[in-house]
Design a protein around this ligand. Structure first.
Ligand SMILES: O=C(O)CC[C@@H](O)C(=O)O
Ligand SMILES: [Zn+2]
Length: 465
């Protein structure tokens, strides 16, 4: 096995001096993501500047059978970017430039290391909009978003990252550069390989550039937070609004999620009345008429008893303040050692699904505090179980593993997904079969072998061959 020093020497001979780090700080930072469960142990960290440099490294890694881990903003929640097995990590931080922008095509080509928020700002400066958004947009990178097909808070209107990718430049595990789809809207010439790389978590190759579609900016985004007595009521509210308006978001959170956020961040509750669940509704109030419709729907929900109290934003700042109640949840509960689940079912089955999962956890693990929130308009629920103070981390995760088996069984019975938007990585790998059939998994392995015959591309993530 090549030593870290040998790797540094060889890679720097290919891409230039001072582009590989071996120090403990770098190994620790670039070896982990937000999951913080695995102990990082990469062999070396490389900092390429171009697609060609990535290609040089991949060819070298293939020749010497060195495992590669692509590293973006490392905000993932499934350990897809963890390097705990002597890997060489490829950090994309320096590949963060805009390569091309075309206002007629309304498309922008960026290097994979561009931070999501930078892309959003760039689009804004052009009078356009990149709509994929989530709480970690200030750190996550476009390459990682594409590799995990990131979702977030606007999926109900704009879809997932996949829906915005017009083209990809990738270096495959065989060391080839592919220029996939080149920004075309229409291109029916066989298998669309671009889509294989979206959500592949770096297991087929490394994304180095992406061409993304932009759209018109939303107008006068207005937010309501509504308190509901039950989950079926939240779903009634969703239906009532969707009958009359196009929503840009429909999120929910439980009362204990709200309590934790308001306490941790010293925020005001949206209104006095406490209810078990809250819905956050967002829409474009482009005209007075739309505002009137929204108020009519709100009143009808109150009359029906689906909503007990509510508030509507009167300014952009107020809208953001209401969004904070939802967007701060994940970070807030990270201080309570959460066991995370990211489940989805079709929207109509959400209340029954949630009731079964909630009932199971409450019955079998009465000491566990459960925090529910998520993108309920997409059927995506984040179930976080918090570690009780009197249990060690190890004992807690061990118990949760048993919970997962049953929760995933219920998910399977509902035809749902065990990872709606967070990907598979190391953490969900053993549970893939609850959502994908054995035949599908075998076919996925076949695809992996085609693009990565020597198993150097993020090995051990998503699938074991
Ligand atoms: O921490 C979680 O469970 C979810 C994180 C993120 O997907 C969110 O929706 O806030
Ligand atoms: Zn989410």
């Amino acid at each position: 096995m090549m030593t870290p020093e040998q790797i540094k020497h060889a890679v720097e001979a290919l891409i230039g001096a001072d582009k590989v780090r071996l120090d403990d700080e770098a190994l620790d930072i670039y070896g982990r993501d937000w999951t913080k469960i695995h102990t990082p142990r990469p062999r070396a960290i490389a900092f390429p500047r171009s697609t060609e440099e990535v290609q040089q490294i991949v060819r070298f890694a293939r020749e010497h059978k060195i495992a590669l881990v692509p590293s973006g903003g490392r905000t993932g929640l499934s350990a897809g970017a963890v390097a705990a097995n002597d890997e060489l990590v490829l950090v994309m931080d320096y590949m963060n430039k805009v390569v091309d922008f075309n206002p007629v095509d309304r498309s922008v080509t960026v290097q994979a290391g561009m931070i999501t928020e930078q892309l959003q700002h760039f689009a804004e400066q052009q009078g356009l909009y990149y709509p994929v958004d989530f709480a970690s947009a200030g750190s996550s990178q476009i390459g990682g978003n594409i590799a995990t097909n990131a979702g977030g808070i606007k999926v109900i209107k704009y879809g997932m990252t996949r829906d915005w990718v017009l083209g990809l430049k990738v270096v495959t595990g065989t060391g080839e550069i592919l220029d996939l789809n080149r920004g075309l809207i229409k291109n029916n010439t066989g298998y669309d390989l671009r889509h294989l790389f979206i959500g592949a978590e770096g297991t087929l190759g490394i994304i180095t550039e992406a061409t993304l579609r932009l759209t018109r900016p939303p107008q006068n985004l207005t937010v309501m937070v509504l308190g509901a007595p039950s989950m079926p009521d939240v779903m009634q509210v969703l239906q009532a609004f969707q009958k009359r308006l196009d929503l840009t978001a429909f999120e929910f959170f439980s009362d204990n999620a709200l309590a934790k956020v308001t306490q941790h961040h010293q925020l005001q509750r949206p209104f006095e009345t406490a209810t078990p669940y809250y819905a956050l509704v967002e829409f474009e109030a482009m005209t007075e008429e739309i505002m009137e419709i929204a108020m009519e729907v709100f009143e009808s929900c109150m009359e029906a008893g689906w909503v007990e109290d509510g508030v509507i934003s009167q300014s952009e700042t107020q809208a953001q303040t209401l969004w904070n109640l939802r967007e701060f949840i994940s970070e807030t509960i990270s201080h309570h050692t959460p066991y995370k689940n990211d489940l989805s079912v079709v929207v109509s089955k959400v209340p029954e699904f949630l009731a079964q999962v909630d009932g199971f956890v409450a019955e079998h693990y009465p000491g566990f505090e459960v925090v529910w929130f998520g993108h309920i308009g997409d059927g995506n629920l984040h179930l976080n179980i918090l570690k009780p103070d009197n249990l060690s981390k190890e004992a807690f995760f061990e118990k949760c593993h048993h919970v997962s088996d049953k929760v995933f069984q219920i998910t399977q019975d509902f035809g749902g997904s065990v990872s709606a938007e967070h990907g598979v990585g190391l953490i969900k790998k053993d549970f893939l079969h609850f959502t994908r059939s054995q035949v599908e998994i075998e076919m996925m392995k076949g695809i992996k072998k085609t693009f990565d015959p020597d198993q150097i591309m993020n090995p051990g993530k998503m699938l074991d061959l």
